[in-house]
Structures are given as C-alpha cells and as structure tokens.
Design a binder for this molecule. Structure first.
Ligand SMILES: [Mg+2]
Length: 453
C-alpha cells in the first residue's frame, strides 16, 4: 500500500456523522426543530444548489457553511435567519475538535503514505481545507464539483489514483459512507476502511474498520503472527500415516498453506513458525508457495503445547509489542481474524482468546465469556456453549509474566491460569474449524471452498 484516500464530511470532520445529521441536531438545539422531512428538503435544496447560487471559489469552511446555513434558514424559518452565525459556529467548533484529533495522525501517515481527499463537495474543497490548515497534508484533493463525477462513480476515484500515479490495489479508501466510499472502492478493487460505529455489521469480508480516523494507525498496524506446528497430530495418523499434520492435503494443498493464506488475507506479512524435527520439508514448501511473505522458522521437539506456545510467543515478543498466535489446525476466515485483532487491540487487555460457539471437538476447551472478558475456562466454565478455537492475541507485556516451560504440562493449563489472573479478553467469532481428526479433512475442504466463493 502506498497511498490513502480520505472522504471529507463525516470522515475527517467527525466520527462517522454526516453533515445532515449534525445540522439536524444543531437546528433542534437552536429551537428550530422542524420535522425531519421538511428539514431534509431544505438541507438538500441548499446543498445541491449552493455552487449554482454562489461563487464559492476560494471561500473558507466558515464562509461556505454560512451560505449553506443561510439558505436552509431562508427556506425553513426566514424570520430566524440571525441564527446563522451561532449554528455555523457550533458546527465549526465540532469540526475543529475533530481536525485537532486527526491532524497528528494524518501527519504521521503522510510520512509513510501519499494522502489524498476524494469528496462529493461544492467545488471549493481546496480552499476549505486550506482555511482549516489541512491542505498541506494532502498530495491531491479531488472534488466532485471540479472533476464532474461524484462517488461512487469510478471516474472520481480514478482521477485521484492518476494524480497520485498509483493503482487501486495499492491505495486504501477511508470513508464513512457505505454507498459512496465503500462500494465505490470495492468496485475498483481498492482496499477500503469503513469509519463507523464498530457494532454495525461490516460492509464486506475485506473491509477494515475503525470508529474514527484518529484510530487509523491501530487499524493499519502490521500484524505479526506465530504459528505452532510442532504437535504430533496423533489423531490424524490413522488416515495419513506418512504425513505430518501441517502438510496434510486439503483440496490437494497442505493444511499449513491454508492457515498462512487466511492470516495473510487478514493482513499478516511476517510469520514465525515452529515445527518439530519431522517438519523439515515444511519451510521450503511455504517459501515456495508464498514468495512475498517473510518467514522465520524455529525447530524444536518440545515437551508440551505450553512449551511450544511459550517459545513462539517469547520469540515474537523480542521485537513486537503485540502479535497473534495460531495453531496449525485452526481454520478461521480472514475477516474474522481481522476483527479479532482489532477488538483485541481495542480491549486494552494484555491477552485475548478467540472463542467460537461452533463446537465440533471431542475435547473442547470451554470458555465462559461475559462483557468481552473470559470469566472461566475449562473445568471452571459453567455454560459449555463456547470454546477456544486455536487463535490467540498476546502482548509483550503478557509474555513478561510467563512462567517456566516446566510449570505447565499443556497450553490449556497456562490459559486457565491466565484467565484466573483476570483481564483476558474473549472475542466471539463465527464459524471456525479445527482440523484434528480424519473426518475433519472433508469438513475443512468444504470450509475452504466456502471461503473462496
Ligand atoms: Mg462522508
């Protein structure tokens, strides 16, 4: 990715609140509370006709808002036109609070990416941004009123890509509108990040999410992953006696390739993978299949799943503040992995467990979850409706408190102690699949087919 395009209204000037909703509230506060239908009509009449009614070139945000509000008041309540000033001031104050929050983020991003704005605006966005001290952050500003195409028309996005000299796949579109920003980006194959209340369902499997542009860096932070592929896979030995578990074919492709593929789809580029001595062919097969990814491999015949987890997490914590650990048999869709990471990072917890209600395991590790926290694990869990699914979020801080490799006989024992100590987030994912037994292979094939379609 080398460029980021931003929508303006509802993206840079507020956290996902469109102008019409912000104004509706401010008019109501000013004692001008017409019914919403009348207000909408007056607002859109002003909005649609502003460039035809006035010469907007070179006007500041404040001057532009003043004309917009005056037109609305002239149509709604002409006797109250003196309210223009206070309404504009209130709108400006909110917008400027948002600009103060997002400006340092945009400054830092502008050192790594070229930034642009793509907006359905009045034709004077350039001077509007300049008046608020924001214009210098953007290499290009594409205004529908200037280019003659409005989002989601591909032409307006292409104008921005052309001006930046980049391609859709290397550019991220950030915006609050599903119909204009997200669908427009999707149609061109551009990665996109939706600024919206995180409780709303995502627009598609590929979308990144953030509640505010102020949180953008967290959403874009690189994702480092450890994979534990050192287990014996004893339950699969009856059907695949010659093959180690990471290399068991699912639709003719090794299981570990599917796992890496899902994690890559979630944004991971760096992998630390632990194999045992029997897994020596696996590194070459991964390097050949994924020449664009960075791998480092550990080889150890560990005594327990806790020792394996401890080794991978300690290795990653030497260079990373936080990371994911996946077992080699946990098939999770990329969109679910991404949501897991985002929610784990937002939770502020030092560790998080991915939890599923899809239980198809003879030995599930039951987990009770309440208000985003795991409250009990294994034998202590009462509900028996959810279980862990082989995907973990860890921070370097959690690794600092790791006991010795001998302390626990299994990863389950360590996780139980972690949950007892409190502050372990639990994030419930939709269907995930554990590949442990011969009959799981067919299910895994159906699962990956569904993911690809
Ligand atoms: Mg918007």
């Amino acid at each position: 990715m080398d460029a980021i395009l931003f929508d303006f209204g509802g993206t840079l000037d507020s956290d996902a609140l469109p102008w019409i909703d912000r104004f509706d509230r401010l008019y109501a506060q000013a004692g001008l509370a017409p019914d919403r239908t009348r207000f909408d009509r007056a607002f859109y009449d002003s909005d649609d006709n502003l460039p035809a009614r006035f010469r907007l070139q070179g006007l500041s945000l404040q001057e532009t808002l003043t004309l917009q509000v005056r037109c609305v008041l002239n149509s709604l309540a002409p006797q109250r036109v003196e309210q223009t000033g206070p309404i504009v001031q209130a709108f400006l104050a909110e917008s400027r609070a948002s600009f103060r929050r997002v400006r340092p983020v945009l400054e830092r991003l502008s050192r790594r990416y070229r930034l642009g704005v793509v907006s359905n605006f009045y034709g004077n966005l350039d001077s509007v941004l300049a008046s608020e001290g924001l214009r210098d952050l953007f290499a290009v500003v594409i205004d529908s009123g200037v280019v003659g195409a409005t989002k989601p028309d591909p032409a307006i996005f292409q104008a921005a890509l052309q001006a930046l000299g980049t391609s859709p796949k290397n550019t991220l579109m950030v915006g609050d509108s599903l119909a204009r920003d997200m669908r427009g980006a999707e149609a061109l194959g551009m990665p996109h990040l939706w600024i919206a209340d995180l409780s709303k369902p995502a627009c598609c499997h590929q979308a990144l999410r953030a509640a505010s542009v102020a949180d953008l860096e967290k959403a874009l932070a690189p994702l480092r992953v450890g994979i534990i592929a050192a287990g014996e896979g004893s339950r699969l030995q009856s059907s695949h006696p010659e093959t180690i578990k990471p290399l068991i074919p699912i639709h003719g492709r090794p299981l570990c390739h599917w796992i890496v593929d899902s994690l890559r789809g979630a944004g991971a580029t760096d992998f630390t993978i632990l194999f045992n001595a029997k897994g020596r062919q696996a590194p070459d097969s991964l390097r050949t299949a994924f020449p664009d990814l960075r791998f480092s491999f550990l080889e150890r015949d560990t005594a327990s799943s806790w020792e394996s987890f401890r080794l991978v997490a300690s290795t990653l914590a030497q260079t990373e503040g936080d990371f994911l650990i996946s077992t080699v048999d946990a098939l999770v869709p990329p969109s679910a992995i991404r949501r897991f990471v985002q929610e784990a990072r937002r939770s502020g917890a030092s560790a998080a467990l991915a939890i599923t209600s899809f239980i198809d395991d003879e030995k599930p590790l039951w987990a009770d979850v309440s208000h985003g926290r795991v409250t009990a694990l294994g034998a202590q869990a009462r509900q028996k409706t959810h279980a862990t699914c082989g995907l973990y979020y860890m921070t370097a801080e959690a690794v600092q408190t790791f006991p010795s490799a001998e302390k626990y006989g299994s990863l389950r024992e360590y996780l139980s102690s972690l949950v007892c100590a409190g502050q372990t987030a639990g994030i419930v994912l939709a269907k995930t699949l554990d590949v442990d037994r011969p009959e799981d292979v067919r299910q895994a094939e159906a699962f990956v087919t569904a993911l690809r379609s």
